[in-house]
Design a protein. Structure first.
Length: 89
């Protein structure tokens, strides 16, 4: 899919952006935002941005502060799962 974004020339000049750079940045913002919302996973981010490795994907997500929400309930479930595993040892 190709998306065209129109930006007034004076604003583009003020932002000092090049067409290829802004296209990439918009794609990155879309990927990070959708990852944050849980709509896509790291594998989809990797594919969208054509990153070279899983580690590069994680670096990108960290840089964008794109963390999936981790609630106290999630933590409690993880703690309980660990307790259950330890009880079976």
């Amino acid at each position: 899919m190709q998306i065209i974004i129109e930006l007034p020339d004076d604003i583009a000049n003020q932002l000092q952006v090049q067409p290829t750079n802004i296209s990439r940045r918009v794609l990155e913002l879309i990927a990070a935002d959708n990852y944050r919302q849980g709509r896509i996973g790291a594998a989809e981010v990797h594919r969208m941005l054509n990153l070279s490795s899983r580690w590069e994907t994680y670096e990108f997500l960290k840089r964008e502060q794109a963390y999936l929400p981790y609630t106290e309930e999630d933590l409690e479930e993880d703690v309980q799962a660990i307790r259950n595993l330890r009880a079976t040892e």
